[in-house]
Design a protein around this ligand. Structure first.
Ligand code: ZN
Length: 66
């Protein structure tokens, strides 16, 4: 007599999704850790300068389609 107990596969697949947490400044691409974070439009920047730089380059990108 073989009492086979159906063992449920308890394989814990801890497939954690990569955290899409922004850690780099979009302006200078420097990692933002202890830097003073400048939050604009859902993105982080070191400071206002980097923010302006980013929006400026973005504006150029959209303008490039002439
Ligand atoms: Zn920056």
């Amino acid at each position: 007599m073989t009492a086979e107990t159906a063992k449920p596969d308890t394989q814990t697949t801890q497939a954690k999704p990569p955290e899409e947490k922004q850690t780099n400044c979009l302006g200078c691409n420097k990692p933002i850790k202890k830097l003073k974070r400048y939050y604009r439009n859902g993105k982080f920047y070191c400071n206002k300068k980097c923010w302006r730089k980013t929006i400026a380059s973005k504006a150029k990108e959209t303008e490039a389609g002439k």
